[in-house]
Design a protein around this ligand. Structure first.
Ligand SMILES: C[C@H](O)[C@H](O)[C@H]1CNc2nc(N)[nH]c(=O)c2N1
Ligand SMILES: N[C@@H](Cc1ccccc1)C(=O)O
Ligand SMILES: [Fe+2]
Length: 297
């Protein structure tokens, strides 16, 4: 196992990606896996109060809009009173699915991220946004990571999918498949929708931690909603600074797991010969799944 990463290279890559040119977190105290102590005592009363406001807004929005698995786990996590202690949630997670949380300063290099997932450790950012960033942040913070991602790790099938993704990431790096695999992560783990008997529901963390997109993704007529298909997803560019122009819709987590189980090596080879698709593509013959008629239906 090699988690040694050229740190300068990591920051250079992120500088190219971000307008700001530097990461928000404090990386000075982390180990070679980018893990830090959460230092829960250091959060201020104001930060806990901001967490409660974020949590209350979001907890009102998700019923009838998030998939049931997310809602059930969220209720059990009992995380509404303030910034949670990661070690307590880790204990419950270990019992449920064998996952645990590790605290990180913020975004970590891809290889490090994949190593954590492949070993059933989910990296959660320790810092919380400022009050003026209530609606929008550029990098993931503890609210996005914890509220958005952690509930589904209590589901055995989704938990296995995340681990397979981590293993697949390590492999994709060797096969030049990272851009393709990143799109799969984006359109499932971050912005995935599910078609349930009750209507469309969200399961992606980027949606479920957002005040605006949780309703938009289900009910707005503007974005495309397309049945999940691995190769189609891996060809599709995505937006990082606006609501998504396309959402991919699964039936359930078993479908997600099963349809990503095959060896991706031939897929990456084939994708190299194909054009990438703009984020707002609807291919000939593709059905644009209609939005829910009203919120929460
Ligand atoms: C594609 C890849 O999975 C993605 O860019 C990674 C990189 N590093 C990360 N690091 C953290 N802490 N959280 C993340 O979601 C990610 N995402
Ligand atoms: N099947 C993929 C691994 C993977 C599974 C699930 C999600 C993402 C990637 C591969 O061979 O690379
Ligand atoms: Fe995320």
């Amino acid at each position: 196992m090699n988690t040694t990463v050229d740190q300068a290279d990591f920051f250079r890559t992120l500088e190219e990606k971000s307008d700001h040119g530097k990461l928000r977190g404090d990386y000075s105290g982390c180990d070679e896996r980018y893990v830090v102590q959460q230092d829960w005592q250091a959060y201020t009363p104001e930060q806990h109060a901001l967490w409660r406001r974020l949590y209350q807004r979001q907890a009102k929005l998700v019923p009838g809009r998030a998939c049931q698995v997310f809602l059930d786990s969220l209720a059990k996590m009992d995380a509404g009173d303030g910034i949670p202690r990661f070690d307590r949630t880790s204990e419950a997670l270990r019992r449920a699915t064998g996952w645990e949380l590790v605290a990180v300063p913020g975004l970590v290099p891809d290889q490090v991220f994949f190593e954590h997932l492949a070993n059933r450790r989910f990296p959660v950012t320790v810092w919380l946004r400022e009050p003026h960033e209530f609606d929008y942040i550029v990098e993931p913070d503890v609210f996005h990571d914890f509220f958005g991602h952690v509930p589904l790790l209590f589901n055995p099938v989704f938990a296995d999918y995340m681990q397979q993704y981590g293993k697949g990431g390590l492999k994709a790096s060797r096969l030049d498949g990272l851009p393709n695999l990143s799109r799969l992560y984006w359109y499932t783990v971050e912005f995935g929708l599910m078609h349930t008997p009750e209507g469309l529901r969200a399961y992606g963390a980027g949606i479920l931690s957002s005040g605006g997109e949780v309703e938009y993704c289900l009910s707005d007529p503007r974005p495309r909603r397309v049945a999940f298909e691995v190769e189609r997803v891996m060809r599709t560019l995505y937006k990082i600074d606006s609501f998504q122009e396309t959402y991919f819709v699964i039936r359930d987590f078993q479908q997600l797991f099963d349809e990503t189980a095959a060896d991706f090596a031939p897929l990456y080879a084939r994708l190299r010969e194909q054009e990438v698709l703009p984020a707002n593509t609807l291919l000939p013959g593709e059905t644009n799944i209609p939005p829910n008629s009203k919120s929460g239906s």
